[in-house]
Design a protein around this ligand. Structure first.
Ligand SMILES: [Zn+2]
Length: 235
């Protein structure tokens, strides 16, 4: 649902724009609530908007014939959902599902396309974001193939924690199973192991991060690898 006020954006892509560019962008966009569980676009459907989260998390899920869909990426305030429109496609290959409630700056597809043509700063920032996002997706593909579930779960919890901006967030077992491409029983076991080590508390889908440093040590190297690449791009 659109809300009235245009608060200063905390989205990393929009933050680099000048005040003048931000003002023009705010006239072309609206602030909308992201509500946990909302589907912003289905795979194969037309992308009507792009979303720049100021808070909250959008999960990108790929459907597989005969299987549950699997999460391939996370978008928070570091980026934009609907990147296909930036690349000239108007169809979403993925489901865009709100994994964490928040607020996003939403822009209609046509306005976004026009803005991209005239705004080289936005173009540059989205190119940088796209590169980091591709690294995240590539690392995830390799991670899902080779790394232990407990380490992968620790990685996803760290990625979610970075974007949630809170030590507590809600993730159902079903959702975690989607995220990791495994059955629920595997999630229960892996979450139990992290809980036994007092790294997290997990109760009825409510996750509390108890020991962030410990969780970083419990994660596979993939979490750090993607962050290192992103940081190297900022220098
Ligand atoms: Zn990994």
């Amino acid at each position: 649902m659109p809300i009235d006020t245009h608060t200063r954006s905390t989205n990393s892509v929009l933050q680099v724009l000048s005040p003048k560019e931000n003002l023009r962008l705010s006239m072309l966009s609206e602030q909308v609530d992201l509500t946990y569980g909302d589907v912003l676009c289905e795979p194969g459907k037309t992308l009507r908007h792009v979303y720049f989260p100021n808070s909250g998390i959008i999960s990108l899920l790929t459907p597989l014939d005969g299987h549950d869909s699997v999460e391939v990426g996370l978008v928070g305030r570091e980026g934009m959902a609907g990147i296909g429109l930036f690349l000239g496609s108007s169809v979403s290959p993925v489901q865009m599902l709100v994994q964490g409630s928040g607020i996003a700056t939403r822009m209609k597809a046509a306005s976004f396309r026009n803005e991209i043509k005239r705004n080289p700063v936005l173009q540059r920032e989205l190119n940088r974001y796209l590169y980091a996002f591709m690294a995240q997706v590539a690392q995830t593909a390799a991670c899902n193939r080779h790394h232990l579930l407990e380490k992968r779960l620790a990685r996803w919890l760290l990625m979610t924690h970075d974007r949630a901006r809170s030590n507590e967030f809600h993730l159902t077992q079903e959702f975690l199973a989607h995220m990791l491409g495994v059955r629920r029983v595997g999630v229960t076991r892996a979450a139990g192991l992290l809980q036994e080590k007092n790294l997290i508390s997990y109760r009825r889908g409510n996750i509390t991060i108890l020991d962030r440093k410990g969780l970083e040590r419990a994660s596979c190297r993939c979490y750090e690898a993607v962050n290192d690449l992103r940081d190297s791009m900022l220098n």
